[in-house]
Design a protein around this ligand. Structure first.
Ligand code: APR
Ligand code: PHB
Length: 385
């Protein structure tokens, strides 16, 4: 197997296959330091935790991760807890994607399949044949050719794999760019809340998340044209105070250690296969972060793909690889809908009519067990496959 990209999708796929006796080489164009420092989302669905535990990566996750039994939905005057175990019998875990990636890299470098950082000019070739190849230049500048049985394109939104799949006649994409962005901060401040808070406010959405008992992760809805330089720490904390305001409660402030603005979009690329090249993770789809689905979808994709590839490469049966794209896309569209639903319900845009519809929907979720259960089932993760 040739695997392009050492994000969570590529690294986990390599590990799942190695445990079934299938060799792979993972090619990554960035450095190890860069990949391990990227700050991404931090909510793991139960099936993601189960998958990581099953491949021997559950120790630190269970030691340092925080199990959460719900979320708060907030709108002015109300903060309501959705209790996930009560609603659907499942929980989620707070454990940063950065930590998942560090665990995967450490395991890979400790006797796992080869993982090459800082390669360049990575190009899959002959993917319509049974002997696809990957051309690349290694970190020392030498041209290389990797001959494979199958290639996985787990190279994220900007990698070369999706382009190649889209060049085939059946290629199609769908996209929605939202008219807002998130300004995210990491702060050395104890979270002032036991569960994540998703807050609707006339001035815009805010999310209170965390990374540990001492580190908070907070987000503010901002206009996509905003410049991070215009947001002093003071201005950010003041906006957070306003949007999370609730009698007798306040946000905990502390030194801000990271600050950035993230665009929000939905994107789906189909099919997730061309010949012997299979796409998984952000290479095939992007969701806005509101539903915390990006990493979990990547894990679901590669779990399906690993099973399908084991069947192909060890038993010579192609039924599961032939079904892979359709099976994966069903879940992708469900998560795309859920992420869009959460995003649309919580972010301010449009006029007062839209605001009243959002508030009506929030009240419904906070007062109807059926509506709350629908949200909880999607948030904690639907079954894979
Ligand atoms: N050659 C080699 N590697 C590449 C290339 C290339 N031409 N282009 C991109 N890559 C690498 C990126 O540097 C990155 O490390 O592919 C990797 C893709 O990883 P991610 O972007 O993390 O995507 P994925 O593994 O699908 O993870 C899913 O969950 O929270 C979400 O969007 C978030 O990254 C996240 C994702
Ligand atoms: C995060 O902690 O980064 C996070 C949590 C929940 C989300 C998105 C991001 O919905």
């Amino acid at each position: 197997m040739g695997i392009i990209g050492a994000g969570p999708a590529g690294l986990l796929l390599s590990r799942l296959l190695a445990l079934q006796g299938i060799d792979s080489v993972v090619l990554e164009n960035r450095s190890r330091d860069y990949v391990e420092a990227r700050i991404r989302a931090g909510i793991l669905e139960q099936h993601t935790v189960d998958t990581l535990s099953a491949v021997g990566l559950g120790d630190r996750l269970h030691r340092e991760g925080l199990e959460h039994s719900g979320i708060y939905l907030q709108y002015p005057g109300t903060r309501h807890k959705l209790d996930f175990p009560e609603l659907c019998g499942r929980t989620v875990w707070v454990y940063g994607q950065t930590e998942v990636v560090k665990d995967l890299i450490a395991a890979q470098l400790d006797g796992g399949p080869p993982l090459l950082f800082e390669v360049s000019d990575v190009q899959p070739e002959d993917v319509d044949t049974d002997s696809p190849r990957i051309r690349f230049t290694d970190a020392d500048g030498n041209p290389q050719l990797l001959e494979c049985d199958v290639i996985a394109g787990t190279d994220g939104f900007h990698g070369p794999s999706r382009t190649l799949v889209q060049e085939s006649s059946r290629g199609r994409t769908w996209e929605r760019t939202y008219p807002y962005a998130w300004l995210g901060i990491l702060a050395d401040a104890a979270p002032a809340t036991d569960e994540l808070i998703y807050a609707w406010h006339p001035e815009g959405f805010a999310l209170y998340s965390m990374r540990s008992p001492k580190v908070s992760r907070l987000y503010l809805q901002v206009d996509p044209s905003e410049k991070i330089e215009d947001w002093s720490d003071e201005r950010i904390w003041d906006a957070l105070d306003t949007r999370f305001a609730l009698d007798g409660w306040s946000v905990n402030r502390g030194p801000v250690t990271d600050k950035s603005i993230l665009p929000m979009r939905s994107f789906v690329s189909a099919p997730m296969r061309r010949g012997r090249l299979f796409l998984a993770g952000d290479a095939a789809h992007i969701v806005p972060p509101t539903g915390a689905k990006g990493l979990n979808l990547a894990v679901a994709d590669v779990t399906l793909l690993a099973t399908a590839l084991v069947r192909l490469l060890q038993e010579g049966r192609s039924d599961l690889v032939d079904a892979y794209s359709d099976t994966a896309l069903r879940r992708v569209w469900r998560c795309t809908h859920f992420s869009w639903f959460m995003t649309s319900m919580l972010h301010r845009s449009g006029d007062d009519f839209d605001a009243q519809l959002q508030l009506s929907q929030l009240e419904r979720v906070c007062s109807s067990e059926a509506a709350a259960r629908e949200l909880a089932e999607n948030y904690t993760g639907l079954p894979i496959g």
